[in-house]
Design a protein around this ligand. Sequence first.
Ligand code: TYM
Length: 330
Amino acid sequence: MRIFSGIQPTGRKHLGNYIGAITQYVALQEAGEAIICIVDLHATTVAYDPARLRSDLYDLAAVLLAAGLDPERCIFFRQSDVLEHAELQWLLMGSTAYGELTRMTQFKDKSAVQEFISAGIFSYPVLMAADILLYGTERVPVGDDQRQHIELTRDVAQRFNSRFGETFVVPEGVIPEVGARIMDLQNPEKKMSTTGGTPQGTVYVTDEPAAIIKKFKSAVTDSGREIRHADDKAGISNLLEILAVIRGTTVGRLEEEFAGAGYGDFKLAVGEAVVDYLAPVRERYTQLRADEDELEQVLATGADKARGVAAQTMTRVRRAMGVGPARAGR
Ligand code: TYM
């Protein structure tokens, strides 16, 4: 089974990215052929600092390897190293409706806070579709916020196939039942996010233990006293989900375990569990991050493998669309 996912090298990665997506990438390496891509081209669609982008990319590469991505078992690479992503994006534009892109909630949210709304941020989901479709992907592990983008990818693939003949595999998203939408600890009605979150409510993968504990101790809950997963208990529900994923248990079992406990003790228990969970990752991260040449080497090897697959898809796409030479190799 072919598995593909992408992650942006913007800012520091947080517990939402880790629980919703990164743990899935690591687990799915066992389930099939996993391809994991750091999508730096996506990060150029909003205002950014080029030197910072490169540094953030190394941070992210080191986090992913520290989390357990194994370049021997998966293809791990940087999007901009494989030119086919940009080419396929363009070729898919003709099969994407303008109206579809205007309906993307991420576009609406992101463009609302940008002074300059680039054409790139508008066509962002088409590049994401290209990422996925280039590799004959069957499963795409993502958090809940990418659901609409996966739907669009499926629609574009189906439209292309019916227009130009069967070319693409129509992929499916893999969204975890628990932990697909980790919320901001200070504002549990909003998802944890690098750009839109509160600093105290966002737990970074590389945060110091003391900082993690502080953030959990000050997590916003509610005026009740029951530790229960419920629609009107966003803060407690979020903490229950975080702990359930980390301990590999269910929310129901945790509700039983913490029945009668106070909010303060519960928040501390979750904070301590997160510290233990992230400590080994942080340690490996520090070692890996120190050697940028080695990180470049890992990404270059991954890009060579990715290119091999992408080039084959592009030969079929060009032929189907009547662009480029009639026969490959010319
Ligand atoms: P990005 O970089 O914003 O996020 C990476 C992954 O983290 C998940 N995620 C969360 N999961 C749970 N709770 C949260 N609070 C939370 N915040 C983020 C995201 O759902 C995502 O899976 N457009 C994508 C990157 C992308 C991509 C792709 C993904 C580009 N091409 C192809 C899959 C396939 C994005 O911006 O993710």
